[in-house]
Design a protein around this ligand. Sequence first.
Ligand SMILES: [Zn+2]
Length: 394
Amino acid sequence: MECLFLRYASRVVPGFLVVFVLSAGQTYAQSAYVQEGDRVEARFRTFRNQLDQFYRSLRSTVEQNAPSLLPELQDAPPQPVVFGYQLVPRISDSPAAGNAAPIASFSYSWPITQGYIDNEGVRLARAQQDLRQIGDTEGAGDPAVLLKLIGDYRNIVTNQGTIDQYIQYNRFWQRSIAQDRSRFDQMTKLYEVLKSGLPAAAAAVQQILGKPDVPSFVGIVRRGTERVLLRVPLYTDIEDQDFLAEAKQSIEGMWRATEAGIEYAIEVDMRRVPASQLYRAGTVPRRGDHLDLRAHTGRFPDDGAVLTTGAEATHSLVGRYVALGPGDLSSRTLAHEFGHLLGFRDGYIRGYQDLGERGFEILELTSVFDDIMTAPRQGNVRAAHFKLILDELR
Ligand SMILES: [Zn+2]
């Protein structure tokens, strides 16, 4: 599953309107991308139940024949990802990936997701067969054979997590496409031009997308010849203090650069706002609730950015908020999302293809790999980012 490029999610452009662009008489529930998503997700749940059964069989075989290996066997396969209010992701380290091709494209769809589930189903069936075979022979007590099966199980569990994120990602972006077809039509045209590989086109796109629209709440604490420090007020209703400390450390660790003897850094000024304060005149959302994120983030003070929860897939609104999904979040992706709060747009292009009854195929294209905003997987924060911000704040 290492081919999956989904350890990040992106922003919703400013001015994004929640308009349901559906043909007459069609409702959200009847849309092809929703129905197809439900069908694929049902397949995924069936697969997960089969994996759970395999885990139980494997565990009892290990218990009977080689109990010393039990610590090698992790817990049962996790439940499918649930998204909702106050559910925070796990932040993981993300070393820069190696050099990629000059232009890399990625695509996501229900048929592709189905393909991954089918592949994992084949691997699981093979492991089940191996387990049945050793059950009939002396090999059941052979630690090497059991260790291999435990390894197979672990790999399948890891891929299960990735597919689960993939499902959330498709849900979120296919809905975004359905709701804002005209904007995605424009992006798709841009995608085609970029894909044609014209260097001039890539440069032009880069120039337009690269300039940040820096919000007025971004402050300059220090602007010396040796050190430049920016402060970003970040309001949050997240209750998990450990997560907040980790997020602050991660963002500040990634958002730094040195060039020509000048050190550039960011200070995140985390400001807690309890949900009870945001919802003084209404019902306070509870853990696990599904929220209207635009309305929810609208309740926060506007002299700072917002960090909140409740998204299916982590995404941002430029200059305003980062909404976290429950799927694992790499520190690089978190830094990318934070870049949106500083006013940067995505440096990559997201278009789509209409697959009719099978929903939409989401198409993504990256052409610059050393920039955190164009390549959330391997890009870096550079002094250039800070200089662009300083130019805007001048
Ligand atoms: Zn983004």
